[in-house]
Design a binder for this molecule. Sequence first.
Ligand SMILES: NC(=O)c1ccc[n+]([C@@H]2O[C@H](COP(=O)([O-])OP(=O)(O)OC[C@H]3O[C@@H](n4cnc5c(N)ncnc54)[C@H](O)[C@@H]3O)[C@@H](O)[C@H]2O)c1
Length: 505
Amino acid sequence: MTTVPERLGVVGAGTMGAGIAQLGCAAGMRTLLFDPLPDALDRGAERVRDGLAKWIDKGRAPTDAPERLHLAGSLDALADCELVIEAAPERAELKRELFGQLSSVCGSEAVLATNTSSIPITSLASAASRPENVVGMHFFNPPPLMGLLEVIRADQTREHALQLAVATGEAMGKRVILAADGPGFLVNRCGRPFAAEALRLLQERVATHEQIDRICRLGGGFRMGPFELMDLVGIDVGFEVAKSFTELSFGEPRWKPNPIQARMVAAGRLGRKSGRGYYEYGADGPYRPENPEPPAPAGGAGRPVSILGEGPVAEGLRKRARAAGFELRAGGPADLIVDARSAPADPRAANGPLVAFCAPSSLAARGVPGAAGFHVLPPLDGSRLVELTRLPTSPAPVADTAERFFAALGFLAEWVDDAPGLVLGRIVCQLVNEAWFAIGEGVGSGEDVDAGLTLGLNHPRGPVEWGEAIGPEHVLAVLDGLWDERHEERYRAAPLLRRVSRGMP
Ligand SMILES: NC(=O)c1ccc[n+]([C@@H]2O[C@H](COP(=O)([O-])OP(=O)(O)OC[C@H]3O[C@@H](n4cnc5c(N)ncnc54)[C@H](O)[C@@H]3O)[C@@H](O)[C@H]2O)c1
């Protein structure tokens, strides 16, 4: 069994380094904190002590934890550390130089870890004299509060370094996940479609940024929509990350930056830090309205509706329609036919006003000029928002009937433009797809992907679990619908997702 280090070195006393040092002290390690700037070192040490004082008050750290913090005036002071975690600025040359210096300062068994969020660990390992002892330890901001640690194996990393990193993370109270080296490692890679697909939807004018954010919050249960998040992170930062993904992958189409990002950066609209990004951050009031309350479910009044299909969407809608007092009929005639099938055999047939599921195709591709379209994502129990769409040929009474029906089921309606999967379906199905690409490429396990996105990015559920709740038929219907209508490689389904959907793991 690997024991945790007694002596931990932390290089760089900024936001991340100070947080990591706090975790080390609280976990019982003698922690040496180094920063070349004396002021930065003092500020970092103060942050560690403040953080520990709060934890001691709450009983989350032993009272002697602050005594374990030692300030290092030079890298040489880290000579007898068993583990050194580097949290210096995100510049590859600076980090490579540090790994060279640490190799000559530290003992031959010492493990050298980096907290980089984007530089390939394999390239940093090659700057160390013992690359097999180099590993990635990617903490999330703020390290004392975020429950996740992503441990990344460079091509050269040996088992000892990996195990020491895992044991240290666990001693610090983290859920540790394992990732292979590659663009964004596991968490940031699997999280990419949240922003990337949102930008495509905006570019195609399927919906506005406010609508996309509201749909993600109310329909998907995300705490923040993608544009709010991009503003918070910094649009320039997101643009750089997207460019680095493209460079590292030699042009993977799913990861291309979006021209909207380039224009926003060129205009100086960088997000919260510049006072304006997708939203305006003025002194007067919040940048967006409060979430609207969904209507109370009621008002079916025995009216006949027919909900076609099997699976979680059809079943979830039938349950809510029954609770709202509608009479469910197997076929028409009915006040409304809700076709919730992911693979309709007779896409044009309807014996009454039709609202069609926009999973397998856009409404336009469905070829029923008089219909309206809808999309919701399972699980439906807590869902508060339905997306609706209409064509210029959709009669107003059909659109009104569809909106009234979903309102009676307790859904807020968001009218968006036509596309397979509409907004949320497209974003979430691409999250599920990316997860299965990553699993298929050996980047991490399904369990670790789910833990990574829920604990590291605060997603409401992991993409593997979500894919199961949605059902692979529905996920593939959206992806294949996008492929059929766009013929863009970014919408090709992950081979493993297709295999799993056929029951062949
Ligand atoms: N901030 C985040 O959200 C976050 C999340 C995950 C990973 N990271 C990664 O963690 C690392 C540190 O990020 P941060 O946000 O703490 O940065 P930061 O700017 O807050 O801190 C960096 C510290 O490194 C010090 N430093 C400068 N030159 C140095 C050198 N040659 N050797 C040692 N230290 C030096 C600086 O004085 C500063 O105190 C980066 O690689 C970053 O990509 C950051």
